[in-house]
Ligand binder design. Sequence first.
Ligand SMILES: Nc1nc2c(ncn2[C@@H]2O[C@H](COP(=O)(O)OP(=O)(O)OP(=O)(O)O)[C@@H](O)[C@H]2O)c(=O)[nH]1
Length: 451
Amino acid sequence: MATSEKKIPVTVLTGFLGSGKTTLLNRILTEQHGKRIAVIENEFGEIGIDQALVINADEEVFEMNNGCICCTVRGDLIRILGSLMRRKDKFDHVLVETTGMADPSPVAQTFFVDDEIGSQFKLDGIVTLVDAKHVSLHIDDSDECKEQIAFGDVIIINKTDLVTPEEVERVERRIRSMNALARIHRTVRGQIPIESVLDVGGFDLGRALKQKPAFLEPEYPFEWGGVYSLQPGQARLVLGDGPDASMDVAFVPVDSADEAGLKEGAEKAVRFWSRSPSRRVSGGALAAGNTHFQLDFAKDRGRKVYPLTVPREGLYALFTEHGPEEYALRVEDAGGGALKHRVEQAFGAGHSHDETVTSVGIHLEGEVDQHRLNAWLAKVLQEQGTDIFRMKGILAIAGQKSRYVFQGVHMLFDGQPDKPWGKTPRANDLVFIGRNLDREALTEGFRKCLK
Ligand SMILES: Nc1nc2c(ncn2[C@@H]2O[C@H](COP(=O)(O)OP(=O)(O)OP(=O)(O)O)[C@@H](O)[C@H]2O)c(=O)[nH]1
């Protein structure tokens, strides 16, 4: 095991949508600090834009799957850290930028509950960016926004140029009331000495546990797991109708029919759950191994049967996205007799998401007429500015050699030319994040801005 000194420090950069995480990240990457930093990006939104906006330094940028970092993406984070582990000599520090919609605690948790990761990396601190102008719009009704502030070791009140000194004072008092111990800084565009952000040696597990007693309990993307003793060619999974048109499941070999066996299976499953599932309709076999399956019920009504393929007699764990009672789940032998699980466990989702916040991603070829674009964006913001929390995009403007990057946070909008397109095909990618978004209207509106 590596000693604490040799472990690579990890900084988690969090903060609500548009608070300035990428701006700070870019500052860190361009500063002459002599550190080699590996960056891991997780992004909320259907089209990945952030990676393209992180400046091209020597550092390597790894993108995690879209999704909540706390559920499906935990496996992805472990996988990326695992591959970094093999190239440890190339990095001095790892920076993980979470989505603006993430509770940072499951990311932090990964460094404590996963032994392999914990032996190689140490969590240096959680750095939370707060948007001085917009935080009051979210602080009361977004659990994620609250968790980000509560867990911050360092809190940076950013965008102080957009508000009065009195307003900054008010924001700071509010933050202090939620987190008495964090080091608080005030910035414009994340301008802060790097020592205040990296290597702060700040993460305090005791405080995290006080804040959230379940901090060390891992969260999983499934609600139930059971271990069965199975023989080849004998078993099948049988389901009735349930609440959703599909359900994800995983089926993995395990070593023991007890709590430890289930945990071992759950940790295996969470790692491959972050990859795309293999689709199955009734009759399709589920092979024990390292894939997860999406059972598609769209055309299958009533009783559905999936043969369970096991290579040899032994213990196998089944993990399902929903509880067994919701789909009248049974594991049967070839004669239709019920096979009883040897041990089972319900996995409660430790957190809920604000499902009302969604994203619309648009990808269209062609060139944009700048005047039409400006008029359309002004109209969209005027009509839906409170519901659109965030928009960003990389556009091909007619007659311009460079990519045009636009950014919006609520009503504030900003756009400028970025690096030249060069040989990259000119196309437009944009993402809107917010409430009550009308996908068709937004896509059609943007299409009309094309030449
Ligand atoms: N006026 C002002 N604008 C800022 C400041 N910091 C960042 N911005 C702008 O705010 C917008 C959002 O900044 P980002 O750094 O992309 O924010 P983010 O937190 O990475 O956004 P998401 O990843 O979408 O959650 C951009 O247009 C920035 O240029 C600041 O201190 N003052």
